[in-house]
Design a protein around this ligand. Structure first.
Ligand code: FAD
Length: 380
């Protein structure tokens, strides 16, 4: 058993830390204030290879594995969760195409995504449901050599920036109308982005409602086998959850560092508040929860690098790390007192950002169901 990062991993981590301080932190407040997609930052992240970290160089990737992926996301999220989340969300379509795409689909769609030349969305959720896949209503009707997709998708992040989207729809060709996954070019006639949603935190992901009004998609854009879309979604989201866990670790670590600084600077009764036992308790709790989240996340990334399925492990990592991030940012707010509640304080933003980790890519309740189902199945 070895808990040390290798030389290459340390290098990836250090470079991401420098990138976060140089290119992310200076624009973090601005991204939050404007609530617009950070095109310039995304371009810079793409140019240093942050959109293809786990994928092999022959598909435009950096070959840094999933450990490299979580290390970078964590470091970027110290400065702004938006930066790490853009990587995580973009990797949903990448992962789906990498695992299930044909060689032609990988050449055509994965390479530009991994190189950061294009950005992708992943459209599963609908107005009526995010948690219940059987309730999705978007339909795909075969028509000659094409499919015609009709429906609406809710909260599709990165929409203003994405050239391709992996879209899930009930396949009318399948006898029982199971869900299929399609690679859709967002420039296709009938693919429309409407109703940008203003969010409480992580402002910059720009989720919107996508209207699919009879969007014609060539049959060669079907991803994997017909009717296997739900399995593809689960597999891709297992890596998305790993990213969310890393986002939670990054936000938690960011909140801890702000709190350590503040506790040593701020005085009460003539001494730094860091001398107070109540503040020490908070700092110790925060550090312990972030560290536990980190190792659960790294272990899950390690397993993925070994080629394992991480459905249970990524649910555990996301469940634990997201709860920790929400608790840690709440404690950090307490360390900061009333100043923490002010709009120009970083901790105010981290407090809002942390909550998303408990909600997207499956709410915590769904993670508990997934974990318990695996535990029971393992017992036979
Ligand atoms: C900023 C942001 C970005 C997003 N980006 C995307 C994206 O890019 N693509 C995409 O497809 N989706 C995206 N989503 C949607 C997100 O993944 C879903 O909203 C999420 O999975 C929850 O679905 P829901 O809101 O429909 O909750 P619901 O399914 O309506 O659940 C509501 C509540 O009911 C309870 N509940 C539901 N089911 C169960 C159950 N089985 N057991 C116990 N309790 C349960 C839980 O308390 C849950 O919080 C995004 C959301 C946000 C906020």
């Amino acid at each position: 058993m070895d808990f040390n990062l290798g030389e290459q991993e340390k290098m990836v981590q250090n470079m991401a830390r420098d990138f976060a301080e140089r290119s992310v932190r200076p624009v973090a407040m601005e991204i939050d204030r404007k609530c617009e997609f950070p095109f310039e930052l995304a371009r810079e992240m793409g140019s240093v290879g942050y959109f293809g970290l786990p994928y092999p160089p022959e598909y435009g990737g950096g070959g840094a594995g999933y450990i490299g992926y979580v290390l970078v996301i964590e470091q970027l999220c110290h400065a702004s969760m938006v930066a790490g989340a853009v990587i995580g969300i973009n990797s949903l379509a990448e992962e789906a195409i990498f695992r299930y795409g044909s060689e032609e689909q990988k050449q055509r769609f994965l390479i530009p995504l991994a190189k950061g030349e294009q950005i992708s969305s992943f459209a599963f959720t609908e107005a009526a449901t995010g948690s219940d896949p059987k309730a999705i209503e978007t339909r795909a009707r075969p028509d000659g050599d094409d499919y015609i997709i009709t429906g609406q998708k809710q909260f599709v992040a990165l929409s203003p920036a994405s050239q391709v989207a992996v879209v899930f729809a009930k396949d009318e060709k399948d006898e029982t109308e199971r869900v299929s996954a399609f690679i859709v070019e967002t420039s296709s006639p009938g693919y429309q982005m409407r109703h940008p949603c203003e969010t409480m935190g992580v402002r910059g992901l720009c989720p919107t409602v996508i209207y699919l009004d009879d969007v014609r998609v060539p049959r060669e854009n079907l991803l994997g086998e017909p009717g296997r879309g739900y399995g593809i979604m689960l597999e891709a989201v297992s890596v998305g959850k790993l990213a969310v866990a890393a986002e939670a670790v990054g936000v938690g670590q960011g909140a801890l560092e702000l709190s350590l600084n503040y506790a040593q600077e701020r005085k009460a009764y003539g001494d730094p508040i860091a001398e107070l036992l109540s503040i020490k308790w908070l700092l110790a709790e925060m550090a312990s929860r972030v560290e536990a989240s980190r190792w659960l996340t790294y272990k899950t990334a390690f397993l993925r690098d070994q080629g394992a399925s991480i459905m249970k492990e990524s649910a555990m990592a996301k469940l634990f790390a997201s709860q920790a991030a929400v608790d840690v940012t709440r404690m950090a707010m307490q360390v900061h007192g009333a100043y923490g509640y002010m709009k120009d304080m970083e901790i105010e933003r981290l407090y809002r950002d942390a909550k998303l980790t408990e909600l997207y890519e499956g709410v915590s309740e769904i993670q508990r169901v997934i974990i318990a189902d695996h535990l029971l199945k393992e017992r036979g």
